[in-house]
Design a protein around this ligand. Structure first.
Ligand code: HEC
Length: 196
């Protein structure tokens, strides 16, 4: 990224006055702090699809045993670039846990249909929201569990330890399912009683 630094310096030289200046003063420090405070913009639904699921897939797919007509193929990161790719995903996944735990993050925005919605008994975003609001402590604890498993993945990757990475893949899956089982999967209606 050397060229980026170089071009930033060139840009500063060109703009002179602009560089190093603080953002415009706001009336009070408290105002400034609240205006610049982190804002949860994406819904949990969007985070699941754009960061959580994508990153987990890169980790899970990085170690695989595939049997086909030509035999059994062991798939694992080989080159530095392949190890870097899986590490980037593990970092994204561990930080996504912080995003999930942010106060004020909604399950879904109006018009966003969560997977399973519309199937008999499947909860809507509003119902999942109520479940989370009713037990935020557990939700945040599950996010922390996902973060811990993701950081174990980073450690395994840094050791280039394929067996550990595969094991951690299982732990990540358990962390996903623990949260889904409490907040997403439970049906809204009790299962129909079997006929006597
Ligand atoms: C802290 C809680 C939590 C954790 C941890 C979590 N999820 Fe989710 N996930 C949810 C909730 C709540 C929903 C249901 C609402 C929704 O669909 O976004 C959901 C929904 C999903 C969906 C469906 C999105 C859709 O189309 O509506 C996918 C895919 C998903 N999660 C993948 C994952 C994966 C993969 C992991 C682990 C790597 C994971 N989640 C970990 C809370 C969590």
């Amino acid at each position: 990224m050397i060229w980026r630094t170089a071009s930033a310096i060139t840009l500063c030289a060109a703009l002179l006055a602009g560089c190093g200046q603080k953002p415009a003063e706001t009336k009070t420090a408290a105002n400034a702090a609240s205006a610049n405070a982190p804002k949860p913009l994406a819904s949990i639904h969007e985070l699941m699809l754009s960061v959580v699921d994508e990153s987990a897939d890169v980790i899970w797919n990085s170690v695989a045993t595939i049997s086909d007509a030509t035999g059994v193929h062991e798939h694992r990161p080989q080159t530095d670039a392949e190890w870097a790719k899986v590490r980037h995903a593990a970092i994204a996944l561990s930080e996504s846990a912080n995003l999930l735990a942010m106060e004020g993050r909604v399950v879904s925005h109006p018009g966003q249909k969560i997977d399973s919605e519309g199937q008999p008994g499947a909860p809507t975003g509003a119902i999942i929201q109520k479940r989370i609001d009713g037990d935020r402590a557990s939700f945040v604890a599950y996010a922390a569990g996902l973060q811990a498993a993701s950081m174990d993945a980073v450690a395994a990757i840094d050791r280039k330890d394929v067996a550990a990475l595969e094991k951690v893949g299982g732990e990540i899956d358990e962390a996903c399912e623990a949260c889904h089982e409490q907040f997403w999967y439970p049906p809204t209606e009790p299962a129909a009683k079997p006929k006597a």
